[in-house]
Design a protein around this ligand. Sequence first.
Ligand code: SAM
Length: 279
Amino acid sequence: MTANDGLPPLRAVIAAHELRARKALGQNFLLDLNLTARIARLGGAAGAQVLEVGPGPGGLTRGLLAEGAAHVLAVEKDPRALPALAEIAAAYPGRLTALEGDALAVDPTAHLTAPWKVIANLPYNVGTELLVRWLTPPDWPPPWSSLTLMFQREVAQRITAMPGSKAYGRLAVLAQWRAEPRIVMSLPPEAFLPPPKVHSAVVHLAALPAPRFPADPVVLQRVVAIGFNQRRKMLRAALKGLGPDVEDRLRAAGLRPTDRAEVVPLEGWCALARVVADA
Ligand code: SAM
């Protein structure tokens, strides 16, 4: 693939643009273009409008374009990466828009036509915040059709966890409420430069046409955050913050006040969110 796009190998790009990885920006770069092409394929890049967060030196960006993405919007906080991204844009005329900015503040609608696909090797420091934002807009379906995201393996397991497991919590409920998440790839630390301390995994989340159960996203987020904040406690104690009549509300939602948050299925959290919203 390197030969196809005519661009230099990533190590040479990093050296030429002095892109020494900065920990504060969550920089762990993928250097293997076969691997980035595989991630692009798992994300369904061919023919798609793609939002990439944190392109860095552009390994995944090149994978997305080589696999046939119609247009890629790449948002990068580190200004040092922009000249390297400009070289990729020149190799794929009209198909890459590279913006310097914070992904938390950028609105893709000015550059992409919905529905777009998000495919990214996320910076770990903002990864879960971005995921929660993408999963909790007021209206559904969202402007994206799928998210294909690299996380620390432990976070990926929290997104796909089932009730009764230690990893089950806020992320599992929010992800499984409106999307179908699954782990599609696992990567060892050595796949990155520099190698992080932990293993990583790619999670693919396909947006469902409608949430599995009705609930207000803001209320559901709040109820789940409070509920799992003290996951060792019984629901009636953990959710005390919902008001003095918490036991009545739990029963009205079909939940047992003596259960713990980690056994409550998605349907139960949504029922509780509806009871709280009605009150
Ligand atoms: N995509 C590249 C790759 O796979 O090699 C780099 C991935 S690296 C894990 C994360 C990238 O996100 C870094 O380039 C970092 O500078 C960038 N980044 C960090 N915080 C960001 C933010 N708030 N908005 C946009 N990019 C950010």
